[in-house]
Design a binder for this molecule. Structure first.
Ligand code: FAD
Ligand code: N01
Length: 541
């Protein structure tokens, strides 16, 4: 079915997809193939989502390239040649541009088009979405492929407007920025900070790193793919993808089945050392109980703290770089190259603002509470995201009886049935966001799992002439409680991590654990159970 233009400013569709990152592109492809009139809108002038917006120096993925890619087309996975073990931002963007061209997706995407509002009409069972450029899209389904980490957190630095130099955000980093010879200050030492800091340190004259909470940073150990390696992976690709789908993290990892506290100290240290040398997020697979047993977690934390002492020359700097207030893993694990080593460079200075907070920015830099001043020409903000809900609450979404999603979610947090739909907002489905494994898994696996389930649901509804689907309120309350309960059975919510997993990085945001910590396998069972029972957890009409 083709999209129909009602008048020049209104487009009638079966499905409107918001976003053209990994999720939006696959939705568009799959639903178009299934015969729906579908169109996507995207704020950016290009496809790619995360990988379009985050072009800062050092940006890279920490899932292996061969796994952080679509599995739904055998030809595609055979023809695309990844260069490195972990792909750089530019390589992922090139891949997604290739996907858009190869499957002719661009003709059905309106770029530089931002949905600002959407209203549900219960009579016609359709959404009307309005965009920043005054267009309207009327569609039965509104599919939110808006990303978990697509809206940067509001700047909350005291007196930042007083700063007279250049201010850059890592999100939306201007292409071609040259900071050679400049004095730069980076605020933020999360995953983004840990990537941009070593990259900038090589380029700039002087780098001031403002750290509030230190992170556990695991070495990436990236490398070019070896001769024959890619060919061997491609020969086994179908089975490899299946292994990925059958691991809770959405990517196969040779996890050690042993518990850390059941082996002796020598074996424990040797295992940590082996994983540390191997690099990457596999470090967390060193023992089975790392996210469940405080003593096990303490052991891995001690190991990393000892590594910091080993790597960092200045013992005072090493001390400041050591996290002490939360379990390793409670914040999203940070994987980066030469992070701790960077603090041995003569042009890099660490400023700890936990004990001595920023009092104010000044025209030439910043001043700390004790009067200490730091001067720089460029301020780089790696301060994170209004995660999960940010992209939703930015829009004025009005559901059944005029219910405003912004009001409900700002008060109670994102409440969903199975992370797919929220009561009061019929036919609005979310992809790989709050209430589903999303960021606790290889997100491409999580996205494919969601898109396939949604495509089957839409087909089921079409065949039976059903016009709407909505989260069942009771099922929703049960699911939200279950998500919280699963998180509480782990160490994820522990400590003073300020983690965006539970909204703690944004002032005033309700704190509930947002991603589903049960993993893609358990989650897949819940999805299957729902579909097999006429979409239990949802009301179809
Ligand atoms: P996104 O890629 O965020 O795309 C959403 C799109 O929706 C955006 O382009 C946005 O412009 C658009 N949009 C939002 N609101 C609107 C609106 N109102 N109107 C129009 N368009 C809108 N995940 C991993 O699994 N492994 C990693 O190593 C990893 N690294 C990451 C590194 C960075 C720097 C960041 C920020 C995230 C990383 N992630 C990683 C998470 C990453 O976001 C996902 O893996 C994945 O790219 C998400 O795809 P998506 O399509 O769901 O969302
Ligand atoms: O954001 P963050 P991010 N004053 O929220 C600091 C993915 N990702 O963009 O912890 C001073 O983690 C804040 O300090 P504190 C990944 O999922 C993946 O780095 O609040 N400091 C923190 O240090 C990741 O988790 C990759 O005390 C302030 C930092 O800013 C997610 O994106 C790469 C401050 C924000 O860290 C988000 O990562 C990049 C203030 N007012 C991103 N406000 C991979 O490699 C904030 N901070 C996989």
């Amino acid at each position: 079915m083709a999209a129909a233009a009602v008048d020049s400013a209104t487009t009638e569709l079966d499905v409107l997809v918001v976003g053209a990152g990994f999720a939006g592109l696959y939705l568009l492809h799959r639903l178009r193939k299934d015969g729906f009139a579908v169109r996507a809108v995207e704020s950016a002038p290009e496809v790619g989502g995360t990988w379009y917006w985050n072009r800062y120096p050092g940006a890279r993925c920490d899932v292996e390239s061969v796994d952080y890619s679509y599995s739904w087309d055998e030809q595609l996975q055979q023809e695309w040649d990844w260069k490195e073990k972990y792909p750089a931002q530019g390589d992922i963007l090139a891949y997604l541009k290739h996907v858009a061209d190869r499957f002719d997706l661009r003709k059905d995407i309106d770029f530089e088009t931002t949905v600002t509002a959407a209203t549900w009409d219960g009579q016609s069972c359709r959404w009307t979405a309005r965009t920043s450029d005054g267009r309207e899209y009327v569609a039965q389904f509104l599919l939110m492929a808006v990303g978990c980490l697509s809206v940067p957190k509001e700047i909350d630095l005291p007196g930042v407007d007083a700063f007279g130099g250049q201010v850059l955000r890592t999100w939306g980093w201007p292409e071609g920025t040259d900071l050679a010879g400049r004095r730069v200050c980076v605020v933020g030492t999360g995953s983004t900070g840990a990537q941009v800091i070593p990259a900038l340190a090589e380029e700039v004259e002087h780098l001031t790193v403002v750290q509030r909470t230190p992170n556990f940073v695991i070495p990436t150990r990236n490398r070019p793919l070896r001769e024959g390696e890619l060919e061997a992976i491609k020969a086994d690709y179908v089975a490899r993808r299946e292994r990925n789908r059958n691991h809770p993290a959405g990517v196969f990892r040779a996890d050690n089945p042993k518990n850390a506290m059941e082996v002796d100290e020598a074996e424990r240290q040797a295992t940590f050392q082996e994983r540390w040398e191997g690099g990457g997020i596999n470090f967390l697979g060193a023992f089975a109980d790392l996210m469940f047993d405080q003593a096990a977690n303490d052991a891995i934390c001690d190991f990393v703290r000892a590594k910091i002492d080993e790597i960092v020359d200045d013992p005072k700097v090493a001390e400041l770089l050591k996290p002490n207030s939360y379990p390793l893993g409670a914040k999203r694990p940070v994987v980066a190259t030469d992070y701790y080593e960077t603090f041995n460079r003569p042009n890099v200075e660490l400023v700890d603002v936990r004990q001595n907070p920023i009092e104010s920015f000044t025209p030439a830099g910043l001043r700390l509470a004790d009067g200490e001043q730091h001067e720089f020409d460029t301020l780089v903000l790696a301060t994170g995201f209004d995660a999960f809900t940010g992209a939703f609450t930015k829009m004025d979404i009005r559901g059944r009886d005029g219910l405003r999603l912004r009001d409900v979610w700002r008060e109670h947090g994102p409440r969903t049935s199975l992370g797919l739909a929220s009561a009061g907002f019929p036919n609005m489905l979310m992809v790989a966001n709050a209430g589903s494994p999303s960021v606790l898994a290889n997100m491409v696996t999580a996205i494919e799992q969601h898109v396939d389930w949604i495509a089957e649901l839409l087909d089921y509804m079409r065949v039976r002439n059903l016009r709407s689907i909505e989260a069942d309120e009771q099922a929703q309350e049960k699911w939200v409680a279950h998500v919280e309960e699963v998180a509480n059975s782990t160490l994820w919510p522990n400590g003073d991590s300020g983690s965006w997993y539970r909204g703690a990085n944004v002032d005033g945001k309700p704190q509930i654990f947002m991603p589903y910590a049960g993993g893609v396998v358990e989650y897949g069972k819940a999805l299957e159970h729902s579909a097999a029972n006429d979409y239990e957890g949802f009301v179809l009409a």
